[in-house]
Design a protein around this ligand. Structure first.
Ligand code: F6R
Length: 359
């Protein structure tokens, strides 16, 4: 049950630091070894390209995973929306390996791709929260999310758990291939910092509730912007806001706004920016000035090290590869309070089911 919580979503958002610590227990030894089956690592090493296939929030977790695999294991990755990939399969590399990200393990769009890749004889892994689920049974390998049941329709702790499991896999594969950056990556330390960072955000919900009241009370639309993994995170932040507050929110690459979409900015349009990717923060701040000049109300979510006095939400510093894990928490809370303040059904938004079992 949801215990003392008014909604499952809030409970599940709050559980995320504990899920990070539970995942460390499940996957990482005290001295930092990663407990992933050697057969799986050998199969991944043999692949010349990883294809991550998923839907919705899981697809967004895949976008973060791409960066992790490419930086830590130097393995090229493509990330695909399952419903597109199945019917318009791109030209594949010579030795592909398929990774299915699916909280439920039952998403029909993802399953129809797995059925095809099995027919083609390609190796596969399902990363899921549901042991014994269809996609788990039908793939060669399974890694579990250990997030506990996710009841709210809006996915929260599954997203952060998926990124953590992708991290373990990327580090293990990188080490298997003797990549220095993976050998040196201290998973226990970095993920513990993430958990405490999440706790810091979660301990100041009142601030986020007040900001939502100020910036999002009556708006019909909003933008999230960012670059690099901040862009990938913007897509997830916008999806959360859309699905439970019904605000028409779009996640956008910050530098791409000026190529057309900036026409939508009018007096008072909320533009929320993630500023955690060090190499592009100044550029994204420049994009914020462009929209401010056109009337936008801007709102920043920024890593401690880069914060300026006018920033709204300041996040504790974590490893640059893991910023989405902490950055998503304020976005989840923004969506939660926007839904709550509008008197909507947080856990059971209209038109949506928890698991989408039709194509
Ligand atoms: C969004 C959400 C959906 C799911 C998507 C995939 O909050 O819950 O976008 O992420 O339907 O579901 P799974 O991960 O079960 O395959």
């Amino acid at each position: 049950g949801k215990g003392a919580y008014p909604h499952y979503m809030l409970k599940e958002v709050d559980e995320q630091p504990a899920v990070m610590r539970r995942l460390l227990n499940e996957y990482v030894t005290a001295d930092g070894q990663i407990k992933i089956n050697a057969d799986l690592l050998t199969a991944l090493e043999a692949a010349d390209r990883l294809y991550i296939v998923a839907a919705g929030t899981s697809y967004h977790a895949g976008l973060i995973g791409k960066t992790l695999f490419e930086k830590l294991a130097k393995k090229p990755v493509e990330v695909h929306v399952a419903s597109e990939f199945g019917y318009h399969m791109p030209l594949l590399s010579a030795k592909p390996f398929f990774i299915f990200l699916t909280q439920s393990g039952e998403t029909a769009d993802s399953r129809q791709v797995l059925v095809q890749t099995n027919q083609m004889g390609y190796p596969s892994l399902t990363i899921t929260n549901s042991q014994g689920s269809t996609l788990s049974r039908e793939a060669d390998h399974t890694l579990l999310l250990h997030a506990g049941p996710e009841i709210a329709v809006a996915s929260t702790k599954a997203y952060t758990a998926q990124i953590a499991v992708e991290l373990f896999l990327a580090v293990a594969l990188g080490r298997h291939q003797e990549q220095a950056v993976a050998l040196e990556f201290d998973v226990n330390h970095e993920l513990t910092l993430v958990a405490t960072g999440m706790e810091a955000v979660l301990s100041d919900k009142d601030q986020i509730e007040a900001l939502v009241k100020h910036y999002l009370a009556t708006t019909r639309n909003a933008f999230y912007i960012g670059r690099g993994t901040d862009y990938a995170l913007s897509l997830e932040a916008a999806l959360k806001l859309k699905e439970i507050s019904y605000i028409q929110a779009e996640g956008f690459a910050a530098g791409e706004l000026k190529h057309g979409t900036i026409a939508l900015i009018e007096d008072g349009t909320p533009v929320l920016a993630f500023l955690m990717d060090q190499s592009t923060i100044d550029h994204t701040r420049g994009n914020l000035q462009e929209v401010t000049a056109r009337g936008a109300q801007t709102f920043t979510i920024v890593s401690d090290a880069f914060a300026q006095p006018t920033d709204q939400i300041v996040l504790p510093q974590v490893n640059p590869l893991l910023t989405a894990l902490v950055g998503v928490v304020p976005a989840q809370l923004i969506a939660y309070y926007a839904s709550l303040q509008r008197g909507l059904d947080v856990d059971q938004p209209r038109n949506l089911a928890k698991s989408v079992t039709v194509e």
